[in-house]
Design a protein around this ligand. Sequence first.
Ligand SMILES: O=c1ccn([C@H]2C[C@H](O)[C@@H](COP(=O)(O)OP(=O)(O)OP(=O)(O)O)O2)c(=O)[nH]1
Length: 152
Amino acid sequence: MTAEIELKRLDPRLGSEFPLPEYATALSAGMDLRAMLDQPIELAPGEAQLVPTGIAIHIGNPGLCAVILPRSGLGHKQGLVMGNLVGLIDADYQGPLMVSLWNRGRFAITITPGDRVAQLVFLPVARAVFRQVDEFERSARGEGGFGHTGVR
Ligand SMILES: O=c1ccn([C@H]2C[C@H](O)[C@@H](COP(=O)(O)OP(=O)(O)OP(=O)(O)O)O2)c(=O)[nH]1
């Protein structure tokens, strides 16, 4: 599925000095987001900072959202992940897209302007309407809470 999403370029270096977010391959699920900083920053072990991506997007479709996820290599090797673990971008959000960068590793990490630090993935969303009931229809699953399915 392809969806057209409105994008505002907030940082003029995107689209000139650095490409706008794009899919790296025909089947990539995520597009890399860049840290559009004015100058390099150093994240000490355990430190988190909110970093601008230089874009704003408006999804504008109740059936879609986006998530900001770590890049696998950076997350695994350097410990650079998201301070909110996963950033959730609502379909009605129009503000600047920010990335919370958290150094969960043991060594300082330097982020240079334009570095690809995270990835943006668009996902389908089902919105629920609750129907209140007094009793649920019985299921084979029982009521023991998690870890009680009896499956080994
Ligand atoms: O990593 C992120 C996470 C969120 N957002 C933006 C998009 C999202 O739609 C908005 C609000 O996020 P969320 O609802 O998760 O945060 P909140 O702390 O609950 O804020 P709010 O009170 O605005 O709902 O912030 C980002 O730019 N980057």
